[in-house]
Design a protein around this ligand. Structure first.
Ligand code: PEP
Ligand code: MN
Length: 344
């Protein structure tokens, strides 16, 4: 439930509403906004008896949030949330930043080279996993803390902010210390204790859709992070499992406008895991920007043929340069733009 208060309501009136909500045994979240001041009520399983609150000074209206997720819903907040992961790199506004890099950090030379290629082509952030969730325990598991240190070296060399995955609580703390944005992978989208942990950390979170998760599941997982106090969540569509082995996953383009209708959070698209095939990545990236994606997460490797993970879906550097050019055109066709290239 949301208590809407008159624009410019005095602080004392807002405090009074908060106090009454707390007296009733619920949690209160004051949200000063450009258009209105609102106080959200959480911790209620059913309908709250609004009578007492409606009568308080400066209260204009009570909105009953109909969705199971509250704080991530459009009913809760109408304006889009803009999530900034580093100076000049924001998701959810007019700009469409591109996050690019290899699936895994493999060596310092590899990740620095990838960062340079990404930066020179105009990407805004570097990706690369140090903690890798692999289907087989015998596959390359990532370099762990050493990999995070290599990412930091790449950021020092190129100025590129870092997005990298955390798989457990300890990893989340390490990633928060070293990186600019914590990625929660598809396999951990419903790891609720991990979601609570990153909800308490002071770092933006990129939350990927689970491979068998509904849109509602995705938004409820984001709700876990917001409910712990971290409102900086970027959602990510990365394809869902289906019956057709022709592609690794079925990339769900409709997730983008659906999420925009249901939530104020930004959503980016990952056409690399969404398709699993290098030649499908470019058309799906173009389509995602056309559909309104707030950013693209894409795998690109200096030498995809030597990649230790996801080589088949990693773009060659020249393909990435071409893709960036195409995405600039698609973005401008819908009144958006790619951020200006970083030069360090
Ligand atoms: C990745 O980004 O490399 C990754 C493992 O993605 P997902 O969690 O979407 O499978
Ligand atoms: Mn990958």
């Amino acid at each position: 439930m949301l208590v809407v208060m008159r624009h410019g309501a005095p602080a004392a009136d807002v405090e009074r509403v908060v106090a009454v909500i707390e007296e009733m045994g619920y949690g209160a979240h004051p949200m000063p906004g450009a258009q209105r001041t609102a106080v959200g009520i959480v911790g209620n399983d059913g309908r709250v008896d609004a009578g007492r609150i409606e009568a308080l000074p400066s209260v204009v209206r009570i909105i009953h949030v109909t969705q199971p997720y509250k704080q991530v819903s459009r009913e809760w907040r109408d304006e889009p949330t803009i999530v900034t992961i580093a100076p000049g790199v924001s998701f959810g506004g007019r700009e469409v930043p591109i996050i690019a890099g290899p699936c895994s950090v493999e060596s310092e030379a590899q990740i620095i080279r990838a960062a340079e290629i990404a930066r020179d082509a105009g990407a805004s952030a570097l990706r690369g996993g140090a903690f890798k969730p692999r289907s087989s325990p015998y596959s390359f598991q990532g370099l762990g803390l050493e990999g995070l240190r290599m990412l930091v070296r790449a950021r020092e060399e190129t100025g590129m902010p870092i997005v990298t995955e955390a798989m457990d609580d300890e990893g989340a703390r390490l990633v928060a210390e070293h990186a600019d944005c914590i990625q929660i992978g598809a396999r951990n989208m419903q790891n609720y204790s991990l979601l609570k942990t990153v909800g308490r950390l002071d770092r933006p979170v990129l939350l990927k859709r689970g491979m068998a998760a509904t849109i509602s599941d995705l938004l409820l997982s984001a709700e876990y992070i917001l409910s712990e106090g971290n409102g900086n969540v970027i959602l990510c569509e990365r394809g869902v499992r289906t019956f057709d082995p022709a592609v690794r996953n079925m990339f769900d383009l409709t997730a983008i406008p659906l999420v925009h209708g249901l939530s104020h959070l930004p959503i980016v698209a990952d056409p690399s895991h969404g398709t699993g095939l290098r030649d499908m990545v470019m058309p799906m990236a173009r389509a995602a920007v056309a559909a309104g994606a707030d950013g693209i997460l894409v795998e690109m490797h200096p030498e995809p043929d030597r990649a230790l993970s996801d080589g088949a879906q990693s773009l060659y550097p020249a393909q990435f340069v071409a893709l960036m050019q195409e995405l600039r055109g698609v973005a401008s066709a819908i009144g958006r733009s790619l951020p200006a290239p970083r030069n360090n």
